[in-house]
Design a protein around this ligand. Structure first.
Ligand code: F6R
Length: 260
């Protein structure tokens, strides 16, 4: 695992934006796995700026989002389809036909999950998978005890995850209870993974993911099994780590190591 510790949220987000831009410049037809949530909003703002000001083009990029709420149509304002359009897709030169999210309103969500998995395989897999992390260690909506080999499927959200998402919905009743999410196996199949965590609320989950045992109790710990996983943290999110001196020795200032 590469653990990059940056001074603050702005620097950590800029570091991730730089890695995404570099990947797209190196491979204009890259397949990107995308995440949603509050952590990604400043990242998508930066990517929009880099598209506008630095000519970073997404014209040939294909995207697959990690997840969508079961029951929500793409047009629902609380859907991740809407989130992605508002946060990123409407502001860059991406071809919408090459953007993919599971359909939350699919009549048969299990068939939708299987079809999504097949679609990812059909384009040859994901080159770079962006990830956030939940306070309980989830990646995508793979809540604790998710199988580390899981594929795209329906997951029941924990009370904690529902409470965190409640702010985006009118009331508790309309806050979704289920999501279609890529599995941990799907995520681990990506050629590289890039996790961004900012803020002290993530410190415990980050420490368990990086320095704890590989365990379904902390789904993000599965990234320890990935040969090319980079975790970009701000100081607050890194504050519970024990081996900080080593990470900073290998990647001073969150930069590349001598051998990268
Ligand atoms: C959503 C997703 C989730 C979020 C996580 C953190 O697509 O993948 O795992 O990344 O819940 O969310 P925020 O950034 O809102 O704390």
């Amino acid at each position: 695992m590469k653990v990059l510790i940056l001074e603050d949220e702005g620097a950590a987000t800029a570091r991730v934006a730089g890695i995404v831009a570099r990947s797209v410049r190196a491979n204009p037809a890259a397949v990107l796995g995308l995440a949603t949530g509050g952590t990604m909003l400043p990242l998508y703002r930066l990517l929009r700026d880099m598209h506008r000001d630095e000519g970073v083009s997404f014209a040939q990029v294909t995207t697959f989002n990690l997840d969508e709420y079961v029951g929500l149509a793409p047009e629902h304002p609380g859907s991740y389809h809407s989130y992605m359009r508002e946060a990123l897709f409407d502001h860059i030169d991406i071809d919408l036909a090459r953007t993919h999210l599971p359909r939350g309103d699919a009549p048969d969500p299990t068939a939708e999950a299987d079809a999504y998995e097949a679609l990812i395989a059909g384009v040859g897999g994901i080159d770079l998978q962006l990830l956030g992390i939940g306070r309980n260690g989830h990646i995508g909506f793979n809540e604790p005890t998710s199988s580390l080999g899981s594929a795209t499927r329906i997951k029941t959200l924990t009370t904690e995850t529902r409470a965190a998402n409640r702010q985006y919905f009118a009331d508790d009743e309309t806050t979704p209870r289920y999501a279609l999410t890529m599995g941990i196996g799907t995520i681990l199949a990506a050629r590289s993974c890039l996790l961004l965590a900012t803020g002290a609320a993530k410190a415990d989950a980050v420490a368990r993911a990086i320095e704890g045992p590989v365990s379904a109790a902390c789904p993000a710990s599965a990234l320890q099994m990935h040969a090319r996983a980079t975790l970009v943290l701000d100081r607050a999110a890194a504050s519970d780590l024990k081996l900080t001196d080593y990470y900073e020795h290998v990647h001073p200032g969150g930069g590349e190591s001598e051998f990268d």
